[in-house]
Design a protein around this ligand. Structure first.
Ligand SMILES: [Cu+2]
Length: 289
């Protein structure tokens, strides 16, 4: 009996760590490019402007980078659930031995997570500076895109509870509609007359705070004609939820005729408007819209 027991070779212990690591690396190598290629172009906010396009690029990268860590978590959970499931053996519900003081795992964990976070911080900062990213930059924009001297100035005025728009190069006309010419670099001056609003033109990849007394500059380079949603993205009072509209990017010929039509339509009231200014504090004497 003792001889027979001694001659039986024990089954080799499965190296779970190695097996899982190989499966994870293979899955990551396959899934990461697939995610970037097939999901990348469908990520928000679309291709409505150069800035929106840049955001899609950033989102694709971020999604691709997070694919291996995401797979790690899901696969590890699945592996553990399956491999260490309760097979009905007595005592199978006991916890495994706790891992304490494994310097190798701790170092790897810290190095890898620090590297990912630092890389993302660097990547995000570079992209922000390089493209302006469609966000408000305050009165003195740190990021000036090429050809900014010729950008079309359009003022966005938040007020309870709508946005109005002034076109300083067209006599400072104010209108409740946002229409922009296609293929044009636009410099939006976002401000407010009362509470803090946030101008969010999702399809253009633009989002900027509208603060009273502040000229918040955003650059956006429009592409092809399109329609886009406009929303206030800052809780600004009772009718905040009502503060939405539809904007348009149109061919330059159509833009010219539209602005002329607006000028003549609003001519009778335009003379009551305060002169165009980057901010309106104290309260303007008159409000349009
Ligand atoms: Cu608002």
């Amino acid at each position: 009996m003792t001889e027979a027991a001694a001659s039986t070779t024990p089954a080799p212990a499965t190296d779970h760590g190695k097996r899982f690591l190989v499966a994870w690396i293979v899955a990551s190598v396959i899934a990461t490019p697939l995610v970037a290629i097939f999901l990348g172009d469908h990520l928000p906010p679309g291709n409505g402007s150069a800035q929106a396009h840049e955001q899609v690029f950033d989102n694709s990268w971020l999604l691709a980078i997070m694919t291996p860590p995401g797979l790690f978590v899901v696969m590890f959970l699945g592996y553990a659930l399956w491999t260490f499931r309760n097979r009905g053996t007595v005592g199978a519900l006991e916890d495994g031995p706790p891992i304490r003081g494994n310097a190798r795992i701790q170092t790897l964990w810290m190095v890898i997570t620090s590297a990912i976070v630092l890389f993302l911080a660097g990547f995000g900062s570079y992209e922000l500076v390089q493209s302006g990213a469609g966000g408000g930059q305050g009165p003195t924009a740190a990021f000036q895109p090429a050809g900014y001297q010729k950008a079309l100035d359009v003022q966005v005025i938040g007020q309870q509870w709508e946005f109005t728009y002034r076109y300083p190069t067209y006599g400072g006309i104010e209108t409740p509609h946002l229409v922009l010419p296609a293929g044009t670099l636009v410099r939006l001056h976002v401000t407010s007359l009362d509470a803090i609003h946030s101008f969010w033109a999702y399809g253009l990849g633009v989002k900027a705070d509208a603060n009273p007394g502040v000229d918040n500059i955003v650059y956006v380079h429009t592409k092809d004609p399109m329609q886009f949603d406009i929303r206030c993205a800052e809780l600004c009072g009772l009718w905040h939820g009502y503060m939405f509209d539809t904007g348009h990017v149109v061919a330059s010929g159509r833009f010219t005729s539209w602005i002329k039509q607006q000028q003549s339509y609003f001519a009778p009231v335009s003379k009551y408007l305060p002169p165009y200014s980057t901010t309106y504090l104290p309260d303007p004497s008159q409000r349009a819209g």
